[in-house]
Every structure is written in C-alpha cells, then in structure tokens.
Design a binder for this molecule. Structure first.
Ligand code: PRT
Ligand code: MG
Length: 214
C-alpha cells in the first residue's frame, strides 16, 4: 500500500490532475465527506488528509510514504529527513514583507531602526532579515497576520501573497519579496527503498505531467 499525504484545499485540488496523469482518481471529494482516508482507483494507493503544516511530519515519520507540501512549510519544518525529488509547480505564491501603506519601510531599514515583524514563518523571516542585516523583533502568530500592522502589534508582516487582494483589502503594501513558493513532492527515505517501483512510477508520471504544462 502506498500512502499519499495531502492537505485539503488548493494542494488537494491542484494535485488531482497530476494524479490523473498517473492513472489515479481519488474516490471521494474531501469537501463533501468527513473521511480522512480516501481510497483511489488503484487498490494499492490511498490518500490521507492532513493539515498542510503536518505533511512533512507524516512523511518523515512514515505515517505516509509520499506527500505534497509548500516550500514555505518545508523550510519552516526543516526538510532534511525528506527526499524532495520534484517541484510540482502548483499552489504557487510568494513570501513577502508587507507593511501599512503609511509606514516608510525603506527609511526604517536605512536608519537601522528595530522593526517589529509578525509572522507564522519565523525561520524564513529570521534568515531573511539576518541576511539583510536588519534588526527585527519577531512576533510569532498562527494566522490573520494582516491584522498585526493595523492594530499596532507590529510594523510589518511576513506572509504568503498570491493575487495581493488580501493585502489590498487591509491597506497593506508588499515592500519586499523574499522567496518564490511552489509545492514539492516529498518522499519518506525508507519507503523509497522498500517501495522503489511504485514510488518511481509516481515520480515519473508527475514529472511528465509537470513538464507537459510548462
Ligand atoms: O488554511 P489552513 O490553516 O488549514 O492551512 P494552510 O494555510 O497551511 O493551508 P492552505 O491550503 O491555505 O495552504 C497550503 C499551501 O498553499 C501553503 O503552504 C502555500 O505553499 C500554498 N499557497 C499558495 C498559499 C497561497 N497560495 C495563499 N495565497 N497559502 C496561503 N495563501 C494565503 C496567504 O497566507 C494569505 O492569507 O492566502 C492569502 C493571500 O492570498 P491573496 O490571493 O489575497 O494574495
Ligand atoms: Mg490557509
């Protein structure tokens, strides 16, 4: 049995066409069912639904053999224990610094002021500002980052941006791009040895489907 860990929402939706290219159809729609284990058109392949941030943990510890996770999640988790054979080019977005539209970020950086930065992505933010030599106080949040500059909790946020409409709706502006993000196929190291053939077939089918799109 090959177990694939996916998160509900954009990653599940965008992985479906890749699975189809590998001849795999998922038997149920996760938005309509409460099931967390979904069978597929192949009796020896199943999908488990986990939180996006839990995908690396499942795959690293053998709760799933393969999974799909955003580069943001992989960097924050530390992907050292995972084989990452393929950039799937799905769920694309970017990691950026954003501030209130009336905050002069460039001047604050230039003057060497301490900047208060709220984010869920503390590892990425810490590395980014260290590389730039900017002094920051990081404030760890678990969601609704956009609120932090509006309430005076922080001067800036580090968050994912795709269309930019969330920032705009909250009178925030993107002042710096940190990283382009897409989702990666991740594979458990032991599974790669024990189930070499089915995993290789999945990687090859996904790789062909990704290449056909570019
Ligand atoms: O939502 P939940 O708390 O369950 O978990 P999650 O947010 O970790 O999962 P999900 O499904 O929202 O995100 C899974 C992965 O999708 C992330 O790890 C990213 O790699 C990728 N991805 C791609 C995104 C976005 N685009 C994205 N736009 N993840 C989140 N967003 C959010 C962003 O944080 C911000 O709140 O969407 C908002 C901005 O979108 P725009 O279009 O208004 O700019
Ligand atoms: Mg989300």
């Amino acid at each position: 049995m090959l177990t694939l860990a996916l998160s509900k929402g954009r990653i599940f939706e965008e992985t479906l066409p890749l699975l189809a290219a590998a001849g795999i159809t998922v038997s149920e729609d996760p938005e309509k069912s409460r099931k967390l284990i979904l069978s597929t058109s192949q009796a020896d392949v199943r999908v488990v639904l986990v939180r996006a941030t839990d995908v690396p943990t499942y795959v690293e510890n053998g709760g799933a053999d393969v999974g799909v996770a955003g580069l943001d999640v992989l960097i924050e988790h530390g992907g050292a224990g995972l084989y990452q054979p393929l950039d799937l080019q799905i769920a694309k977005c970017r990691m950026s610094v954003a501030t209130r539209d009336d905050f002069d970020y460039a001047s604050a950086v230039k003057q060497g002021s301490r900047i208060r930065v709220a984010t869920k992505y503390t590892a990425i933010a810490r590395q980014h500002f260290a590389d730039k030599g900017v002094h920051v106080d990081l404030i760890k949040l678990y969601g609704s980052m956009e609120l932090a500059p509006l309430t005076g909790l922080a001067d800036a946020i580090v968050d994912l941006v795709s269309t930019g409409s969330t920032l705009k709706a909250n009178h925030l502006v993107e002042v710096e791009r940190i990283l382009d993000v897409s989702s990666r196929l991740v594979v458990n190291q032991a599974a790669l040895k024990l189930q070499r053939e089915p995993i290789r077939r999945l990687i090859d089918a996904f790789a062909q489907a990704v290449a056909a799109r570019q």
